[in-house]
Design a protein around this ligand. Structure first.
Ligand code: ZN
Length: 330
């Protein structure tokens, strides 16, 4: 039995046909957790779909109407890169409800994992990059609206920049400059860390610079990593970004977007992280949060390994890492 809950529904499967985004990964993650004896039936809680009112905490009425009525233009559907259907809308509402439930459990239990979600490319007025609704942003806004938190931090370790997150939470006065931070290892290529300002939500994104999205709206901290970035470089930059972020901001909830796509065999990523490096990444995030007693909610975001089993293993390892850090204390 795990020391925290896993939010999951068999209806997390996205009916998008034959796609690089393997929507069966959620079911495969659950199966592997059970088969390996890492989780049992009692660890799982089922989400309810988010309401339209919840979605409107982040998304524009005009966009939500289009989703509900099925009146997206052909260009808008192309930009989303997944086919529109009312069933797909329902599935995103369920993942979003899952992230809301995960935030609630994180605040009461210290940590919770949504075995889904992490749709960080959704903007208030449009979807893109396989993301229709920004579940993490909705969960944060809902916790704030209910007065459970005032301040949240997103730590986005998907290989692609969290452009939707950055756009949703950008302060009006974002100011860019190179952060005066020394990396403990030599970083090759163009890796750099940029710092802006933020109000109630502080956004950190570590991503491959030379990858989608082409336009990267500024996060509070963006770490633009060079192609082929290694485990060692990545972990040093993550450590650096977390330290810098937590010096500037005291979150009451940390939303970890644990993308599996920095993996060296990912079809849509160009970083060079190993399976072990990715688990060390997870452990670092959980240890830092645990040491500061910051509740953590986890979402899974992308993962497009050549072999789907690798994507599944990386996501399962995130849960194993959370359990190890949680059981060990700080
Ligand atoms: Zn991604």
């Amino acid at each position: 039995m795990l020391p925290f809950k896993l939010v999951y529904s068999e209806k997390y499967f996205l009916p998008i046909g034959d796609h690089v985004f393997r929507a069966d990964k959620y079911r495969l993650i659950r199966e592997r957790l059970m088969n390996e004896g890492w989780a049992d039936e009692s660890d799982f809680v089922a989400p309810s779909p988010a309401s339209e009112g919840d979605i409107l905490l982040v998304h524009s009425p005009h966009y939500v109407n289009k989703l509900m009525e099925g009146s997206l233009s052909a260009r808008e559907e192309l930009q989303m890169e997944i086919p529109y259907s009312p069933q797909v809308v329902d599935t995103f509402m369920l993942h979003t409800g899952g992230s809301i439930l995960a935030a609630e459990h994180a605040l009461s239990d210290g940590i919770c994992v949504n075995v889904g979600g992490g749709f960080h490319h959704a903007f208030p007025d449009h979807g893109e990059g396989f993301c229709m609704m920004h579940d993490v942003a909705v969960a944060i806004r809902k916790m704030q609206k209910r007065g459970l938190i005032q301040r949240a931090m997103t730590v986005d370790c998907d290989v692609h920049q969290g452009n939707g997150t950055a756009a949703i939470f950008s302060g009006a006065n974002a100011r860019l400059g190179t952060l005066p931070s020394a990396s403990p290892v030599a970083v090759s290529g163009s890796a750099k860390m940029l710092a802006g300002t933020s109000k109630d939500v502080f956004t950190i994104s570590l991503h491959q610079e030379n990858n989608y999205p082409l336009l990267k709206p500024p996060s509070s901290i963006d770490v633009n990593l060079p192609d082929g970035c290694s485990d060692e470089e990545y972990l040093a930059w993550l450590d650096n970004a977390l330290s810098s972020g937590l010096r500037q901001f005291e979150p009451q909830l940390l939303c970890y977007v644990a993308g599996a796509d920095p993996f060296f065999e990912d079809q849509l990523g160009g970083l060079n992280l190993s399976m072990e490096g990715l688990k060390a990444r997870d452990e670092l995030v959980f240890r830092v949060a645990r040491a500061r007693e910051i509740p953590v909610m986890v979402t899974f975001a992308g993962g497009y390994a050549t072999r789907v089993e690798d994507t599944v293993a990386i996501h399962c390892n995130t849960i194993v890492a959370a359990a190890e850090v949680h059981r060990a204390g700080a």
